[in-house]
Design a protein around this ligand. Structure first.
Ligand code: ATP
Ligand code: MN
Length: 530
């Protein structure tokens, strides 16, 4: 018996795991709940979600991520700050100590898939030290049926041992934490951090390597949904820009909230679950996601919980701003069960512009779409020592720089072809500030962003009048149902117009400076967009 049972394990020998105590094979949610509680890993909350804390790391440890430099993949990987090389021999040394650490331990295995499309899916195995990470893997990846489990041959394995720490002087890691991808061994090892997002984003990274190279499939850091007329849409965007929020839409069925592929048939989700930011989640603005925080099976990461009443406080950021809920897609009422859809009719590029100078929505030409895709702009609100918070621009290529193992031009070229071939309409949506920068203006209401996206996707905007905005050269609609007209052109919303002009100029200069590195990969009409 492999399913729904606790047995002494087998099948891990090929990775050198021979002396584990108990191995739990693909345990279901209820069993994991019992184990999480029994092992003191988390608490059941008031309405049934399970609450856990990650400790030191409450977000991705970007500096601690490496890829083993080996001959099979060396030439393809875009080495640099994001994809840092790791010596193969050092990997072996660290891995051997990790194996020793695993001796005598209880381990949790989830056999599942990355990719909803049966033709392209990658059988994977997630081996974890913690029961709650096993539940995370079960929520987030695509489940295998009982029959499929019998013949599961993993093509990539993740081993996640957060309580095992590396020794920087010995292992050439940066700290005690590490996330190391080894393509030759088809292995990802994680230690020193309990942030569950590392598990899903390391699998995303390998798909971003394998799919374009092996299958000519575009892999994308985006959410996706589909309208009643069968028109699918993808939403690119960096963290916190609204992929998860805006793709959960009562009028459209959710395909996925974060990672998708685009092949000759259309788009498909890589995952089987969502990982939503839930800090200050509003029941009114995000009802579908709010509901998941009260469901059995949902993992609440770093959310404050009253240990006596077991009630949670979604507004409390004392552990981190980055509180998350992990839940299977089936916790959302309107989903596409297959996780697949045809070619998208629209592409939305989301940005959270904390400078408040980009319009809430703009229609993009194909050249502008390429420019913004490669630029991958958003702006965070960065705190300084004095506690003053100001915007700081981030450019992260393909709206997912940290997960892109190949040269951005590879993804850019695949996207360009697909936009051309399927005549996709592209939009830029600013879910950030309006009426001034952070501190002066306000973040655009979620209701406005939803109304703008709806009008873009259902053709309402296209049938109306656009004006040319002079700073970024964008086409912006002059009316949109449900949104006050004066909000549409951001300059109108600033009381100090000359400050708007100056701020827009500053942002354009940052765009240009950042884009210089892409000029060699694109035609002049793209590099001249700004
Ligand atoms: P990640 O890649 O980290 O998962 P994401 O793109 O999925 O990021 P969301 O989880 O959707 O980001 O986060 C958007 C956050 O911004 C949510 O907390 C949401 O409540 C908030 N928000 C505020 N105003 C808006 C808006 N106008 N549109 C979208 N989200 C908004
Ligand atoms: Mn998200």
């Amino acid at each position: 018996m492999k399913f729904n049972d606790v047995t002494r394990g087998s099948g891990l020998e090929e990775h050198g795991i021979t002396n584990a105590n108990l191995i739990y094979w693909t345990p279901p949610t209820a069993v994991l709940y019992e184990l999480i509680v029994k092992r003191g890993e988390g608490l059941v909350s008031h309405l049934g979600a399970i609450s856990v804390k990650t400790g030191h790391y409450t977000g991705r440890a970007a500096n601690e991520k490496f890829i083993v430099d080996e001959p099979g993949t060396n030439k393809n990987i875009a080495w640099g700050k994001v994809n840092k090389p790791f010596e193969s021999a050092r990997f072996d040394g660290l891995y051997n100590r990790m194996l020793a650490y695993m001796h005598g331990k209880d381990l949790f295995v989830q056999d599942c898939y990355a990719g909803a499309d049966k033709e392209h899916r990658l059988p994977i195995r997630i081996i974890t030290e913690k029961a709650w990470h096993s539940l995370f893997a079960r929520n987030m990846f695509v489940r295998a049926t009982e029959g499929e489990l019998d013949n599961h041959r993993p093509q990539f394995t993740v081993i996640d041992m957060p309580n095992f720490h590396s020794i920087p002087s010995l292992d050439s890691t940066n700290s005690e934490a590490f996330i190391i991808i080894n393509f030759a061994k088809k292995l990802i090892i994680i230690g020193g951090t309990s942030y569950a997002g590392e598990i899903k984003k390391s699998i995303f990274t390998i798909l971003n390597y394998l799919l374009p190279i092996e299958k000519n499939i575009l892999s994308m850091h985006c959410s996706a949904n589909i309208g009643p007329k069968g028109d699918s849409a993808v939403f690119f965007g960096l963290s916190g820009t609204g992929k998860t929020t805006l793709s959960a839409d009562p009028y459209r069925s959710l395909i996925g909230d974060d990672e998708h592929g685009w092949d000759d048939k259309g788009i498909f989700n890589f995952e089987g679950g969502c990982y939503a930011k839930i800090i200050k989640l509003s029941k009114e603005a995000e009802p579908e996601i709010y509901e998941t925080t009260r469901r059995f099976g949902t993992i609440l990461e770093n959310v404050t919980i009253d240990t006596h009443t077991r009630r949670i406080d979604l507004d409390d950021d004392s552990f981190t701003e980055n509180t998350r809920a992990s839940y299977p897609l089936t916790h959302i009422p309107n989903i596409v069960l297959s996780g697949t859809a045809g070619h998208p009719k629209n592409i939305i590029m989301l940005t959270c512009d904390a400078y408040g100078v980009l319009p809430p929505i703009a229609r993009l030409t194909k050249e502008q779409a390429m420019y913004h895709f490669l630029s991958g702009y958003t702006a965070r609100v960065a705190g300084t020592e004095a506690g003053v918070k100001e915007p700081s621009a981030t450019f992260s290529t393909c709206f997912g720089g940290p997960f892109m193992a190949l040269n951005p031009a590879v993804y850019g070229e695949l996207l360009r072809k697909k936009i051309d071939e399927h005549n996709v309409s592209c939009w830029l949506v600013n879910t950030g500030w309006s009426g001034g920068p952070y501190g002066v203006g306000d973040r655009i209401k979620i209701a406005y962003s939803r109304a703008l996206v709806k009008a873009a996707l259902d053709g309402t905007l296209d049938s109306g009048v656009f004006e040319k905005e002079v700073f970024f050269g964008l086409d912006i609609p002059t009316v949109c149902p449900g949104v006050p007209a004066e909000v549409l052109n951001p300059r109108n919303t600033w009381s100090d117009k000359s400050l708007y002009d100056e701020t827009a100029g500053k942002l354009i200069a940052m765009f240009k400076e950042n884009f210089r590195k892409y000029a060699e990969y694109v035609t002049e009409d793209v590099s001249n967009v700004m």
